[in-house]
Write a protein that binds this ligand. Sequence first.
Ligand code: PEP
Ligand code: MN
Length: 337
Amino acid sequence: MVVILQKNAAESQVENVVKHLESFGFQINISVGAERTIIGAIGVKPNFDTRNISVLDGVEEVYRVTTPYKLAGRSFQEHNTVIKIKDVEIGGSHVAMMSGPCSVESEEQIFKLAKVVADSGAKILRGGAFKPRTSPYAFQGLGEEGLKLMRAAADQYNLLVITEVMQIEQIELIYKYSDIFQVGARNMQNFSLLKELGKIDKTIMLKRGIAATIEEWLMSAEYILAGGNKDVILCERGIRTFENATRNTFDLSAIPVIHKKSHLPIIADPSHATGLRDQVPPMARAAVAAGADGFMIEIHHDPEAALSDGPQALLPSTYLKLMEECRLIAQAIGRTL
Ligand code: PEP
Ligand code: MN
């Protein structure tokens, strides 16, 4: 940590800052410049709250040198984490595709869409059985019946299943049917849920919270990793900004930022990021070009009749065309899809 003192900081103020830093266990290195004094505080303390120092008299700025997350950071592991589930790899040179409906609605719907997913070359079927809806009156998902239908459809087409877990009590049930647990944006900071997911031996995809900074998001991933589960995927799904032309604002730059800061794979979700069908393909193409390790797309054969997120669902024909386009982009940057 580096502490920069104000230009006119008194010697007694500098001494007071040093005294505080030492009491927190830091080793001190003081350099007195012509204009101001800078204190280097040496010691790895991921939990240290820098405000303890920034509030002291005479202090101008405090900068952290190390990150507050440890296991999720590149400094902990230089090489990319590659997660292998059956014959599917996520985080390697292949761009992993997760597609399917927002919600599992019926046997006919999920089998039809699982076929489209398999035809597109994707290996992971998405679908919600427990749905986090803004309105309590909206469709809440089919629950276990939805999980059963999705597992059966996925098995028929040799696909993996990803589905959302909303609370600790659902973990055991979902574990029986799903290969990957999705933690939705609204639960990114449900720390008790994250801690429980840290104890299981299945992959967790952690979506970015609606108003979460990248650091907060990585701290949430840290909860799962700290529990012993190393198979964590991040998913950028748009954040809340002042812009209301789209459902959320797709933070495309989070992809290279995550690649720099973390070794964990990052998936892009242009469906929830934009919320509008015509904006999904351009953003999906951009995500592949930006280096996403995969993407999640919502599809529906009859979007008008969908029980959730119909306006952002792609028709199978549009989706299949998009996959071909993304395949070319992946090739251009030395990846496969
Ligand atoms: C979903 O994937 O259907 C979903 C509800 O996502 P999010 O948590 O990103 O809103
Ligand atoms: Mn959805």
